[in-house]
Design a protein around this ligand. Structure first.
Ligand code: SAM
Length: 384
């Protein structure tokens, strides 16, 4: 073991990065996402969508898009990008839409507008000369996200990789040394008004530090906010990509899922309150050695009958308005009490919203001020 990230096997003369370099590249992007919290992220040359799959767990992201020229590779594991049953059972606070597009980074498509971060991991070395020529205009000129990350092999590292003669992969059209990549990147950055910083992953073994990182990375930041007029005129660009996948995740931002969540919380909360109330009756009954459970309207505040100050009277009135009570074989739980349940309060925000969301979905008393829960077998011995 030579370095935390590098292992050299003297027998096979291979260099092994730990974790593997492709995972380090994905982690690098994930770390940037955690730091800058972009809402919309596009991965160009997304291949089997592994990076997109990792990014879907980042809570800040609301839109994820992938683009690749090889439709079948993208489709292989795209099911991983679909919502899981748990996503429906407990919809997230954030909205998330994931889409995959088949097409080339050499073409412009309005579906790639408005992104905060665009990643191009080990992509540019796969581009033909004509595609590479179009690439800066498409990514920096047309898409113009706030941030672009481009990674590519550093050819200076190649002599340390056994078996690599010309390029690291048969589909690579070129591999650049640091000076070549930096000159191309600085030219693109200057032309489209970005600032670029260079870094990399895969530290060389001791004694060979001068070759630089195995993977070289350029992180581009747009210098100025994008002009609104340009954005709207670019929206009229014709579609060049084919959408092959789209998933809209259930979210509490969607009224349908919010209503479902609120109704569930209200029913669950009402049931707990009912059980607590009936539990009190049961202990009262034991105290008085009664065999049958006799329901009485709940006496909210015994101090009401004594001489109270104005503030105490007001508090007492407020208490009474949130006090559950028994009416025949029903327990009435004032909505004011339901609204105090932390999860209900957090989901609804306002009392009016609570009223609106549960209307027609939860049994209410005649004036709509209380949730009604029926008590079954009220005269039977029950364990609460
Ligand atoms: N970014 C992925 C990763 O890091 O694991 C995959 C990198 S893979 C080495 C390069 C990907 O770029 C391939 O999936 C390839 O199909 C795609 N690609 C090549 N030319 C492209 C083009 N003109 N437009 C979009 N994608 C392209």
């Amino acid at each position: 073991m030579m370095d935390r990230n590098l292992q050299k096997d003297d027998f096979t003369r291979t260099i092994k990065f730990i974790p593997p370099l492709y995972k380090q590249r994905y982690q690098f992007i994930k770390d940037l996402v955690m730091k800058y919290k972009p809402k919309k992220v596009a991965d160009l040359g997304c291949a089997d969508c592994t990076l997109l799959w990792m990014l879907k767990f980042c809570k800040c992201i609301e839109v994820l898009a992938g683009l690749d020229i090889r439709e079948n590779v993208m489709k292989e594991k795209m099911h991983r990008l679909s919502p899981l049953p748990g996503d429906y059972l407990q919809p997230s606070e954030r909205s998330l839409t994931v889409s995959l597009h088949h097409g080339s980074v050499a073409h412009k498509d309005p579906c790639m507008l408005g992104f905060d971060l665009v990643t191009c991991i080990e992509l540019i070395e796969h581009l033909e000369a004509t595609e590479l020529e179009m690439f800066p205009e498409v990514v920096f000129g047309f898409m113009a996200p706030s941030m672009v990350v481009i990674s590519t092999p550093n050819s200076e590292f190649n002599p340390l990789l056994p078996g690599v003669t010309l390029f690291r992969h048969s589909d690579h059209k070129f591999e650049w040394d640091r000076a070549q990549f930096e000159s191309w990147a600085i030219h693109a950055a200057t032309h489209y008004d970005y600032t670029v910083e260079f870094t990399g992953l895969g530290i060389p073994p001791p004694g060979t530090e001068d070759v630089g990182f195995c993977t070289q990375i350029g992180v581009f930041m747009r210098n100025h906010p994008k002009n609104g007029e340009t954005v709207s005129s670019e929206k009229h660009t014709k579609h060049a990509y084919k959408t092959v996948f789209k998933a809209v995740y259930p979210s509490l931002k969607d009224e349908k899922y919010l209503q479902n969540a609120v109704v569930n919380e209200v029913i669950f909360g009402a049931e707990i309150i009912k059980r607590r109330l009936l539990g009190n009756f049961k202990s009262e009954r034991k105290k008085h050695n009664e065999t049958k459970l006799k329901f009485q309207p709940f006496k909210c505040c015994m101090r009401c009958s004594t001489n109270l100050s104005l503030a105490e009277t007001e508090k007492c009135a407020a208490d009474r308005s949130t006090e559950p009570f028994v009416d025949g074989n029903k327990v009435c739980i004032p909505l004011a009490k339901i609204f105090l349940i932390p999860k209900v309060n957090q989901l609804c925000g306002t009392f009016e919203k609570l009223n609106k969301l549960i209307a027609g979905k939860v049994a209410l008393n005649s004036d709509g001020s209380a949730v009604i829960v029926t008590v079954e077998n009220e005269n039977e011995e029950q364990e609460y």
